[in-house]
Design a protein around this ligand. Structure first.
Ligand code: F6P
Length: 364
């Protein structure tokens, strides 16, 4: 590859979500059309950066992908160049491969690396920046828990998917006079459960930021039953916990920078509800279903705006910044102010208040 050609790199890191391809398309098209740059895509997030697994993106590669779920580059939420897990004698040991990642970028004469991801990806991007790699970020995640932006892309689509699932569960809940528990992802933040719960008319919404009381949850369900509403919808975030209780962990992935994988709180709650108030209860865990599918129209627009912004930041040499949505405007914020922070639902958030006004219980 010639040193004179303007060239940037791009990768998608962390868990996938709808809209990744729409961002890749917007970054690449803007970089190619408006700035005459070549775009090198690294495969599977930081794995490709360290192992130098990449492809040169051509116009045709980034055409026709606006509506496609997943990522044409692949991703990984288990590879951190600064804490690279390798097996030695059956044991996991950790190595720092960040110099290798930096050397790969320098050899390719990349002007900058666009990192599309959540807080894990932004944390690594921030550390690579400190090592001298010019980076620009784009905020992704269905969890909507990234600091510095009012919204991440992928969230709107995940809310829509969850709301559609809740609508269907409503039907069967009514027919069988059951309590339907819907467990949604979101890690340590309740944005997804809150928005999906409000959109789906959930009777009870349980989020990590508002610890619940089993007695209160049961009171709400029983009082609905007494009023002739012989079914209820409970939307619970995977990170929700009873007051004084513990997070329910589904598994640990030790190779991952963040080893804890949440899941299972819905089943735990169902058993407790049946025991406490004898109401027939079923559980649906939406899980990874929320990460797939074509992005919503809102996300397609947001992804396009974010991607164009990221390419412009690179072209203007404004490195170390992440595209962000603030009050409807796409702006940029320093990555170092975002990295390592989790944006949670303030318990007094207007949407929590609105949900309470229409009779939704938060189990508190
Ligand atoms: O951060 C996105 C997310 O889907 C979380 O909501 C969830 O807790 C986690 O990733 C699941 O990770 P994995 O795909 O490794 O199971």
């Amino acid at each position: 590859m010639s040193a004179r050609q303007r060239r940037i790199g791009i990768l998608t890191g962390g868990g996938d979500c709808p809209g990744l391809n729409a961002v890749i398309r917007a970054v690449a098209k803007t970089a190619m059309h408006d700035h005459g740059m070549e775009v090198v895509g690294f495969r599977d997030g930081f794995h490709g950066l360290v192992m130098d697994r990449r492809l040169l993106l051509h116009r045709d590669d980034v055409s026709g992908i606006l509506t496609r779920g997943g990522t044409i580059l692949g991703t990984s939420n288990t590879h951190d160049p600064f804490r690279w897990a390798v097996r030695r004698g059956g044991k996991l040991v950790y190595r720092d491969y960040s110099a290798r990642a930096l050397a790969n970028c320098r050899r390719l004469h990349l002007e900058a690396l666009v990192c599309i991801g959540g807080d894990g990806t932004m944390t690594v991007a921030g550390r690579m920046l400190a090592k001298g790699l010019p980076v620009v970020g784009v905020p992704k995640t269905i969890d909507n828990d990234l600091a510095g932006t009012d919204q991440t892309f992928g969230f709107d689509t995940a809310v829509q998917t969850a709301a559609e699932a809740i609508d269907k569960l409503h039907d069967t809940a009514m027919s069988h006079h059951r309590v339907m528990i819907v467990e949604v992802m979101g890690r340590y933040a309740g944005w997804l459960a809150l928005h999906a719960g409000v959109a789906g008319g959930g009777d009870v919404i349980l989020i990590p930021e508002i610890p619940y009381d089993l007695g209160r949850v049961c009171e709400c369900l029983v009082s609905r039953s007494r009023r002739g509403k012989r079914f209820s919808i409970v939307v619970i975030a995977e990170g929700a916990a009873a007051r004084g209780g513990k997070l329910v962990v589904a598994r640990r992935d030790e190779a991952s920078p963040e080893p804890v994988r949440l899941g299972g709180v819905g089943n735990q709650l169902a058993a407790q509800i049946e025991q406490c108030c004898g109401l027939s209860t079923r559980v649906t865990v939406l899980g990874h279903l929320l990460r797939g599918g074509t992005p919503s129209a809102f996300d397609r627009v947001l992804c396009t705006r974010f991607g164009v912004k990221a390419a412009e930041l690179v072209a203007a040499g404004r490195y170390g910044r992440m595209a962000a949505l603030r009050g409807g405007e796409v702006v940029s914020v320093p990555i170092r102010r975002v990295a390592g922070k989790v944006r949670k639902v303030p318990p007094g958030h207007p949407l929590v208040a609105a949900a309470r006004s229409v009779g939704t219980s938060f189990g508190d």
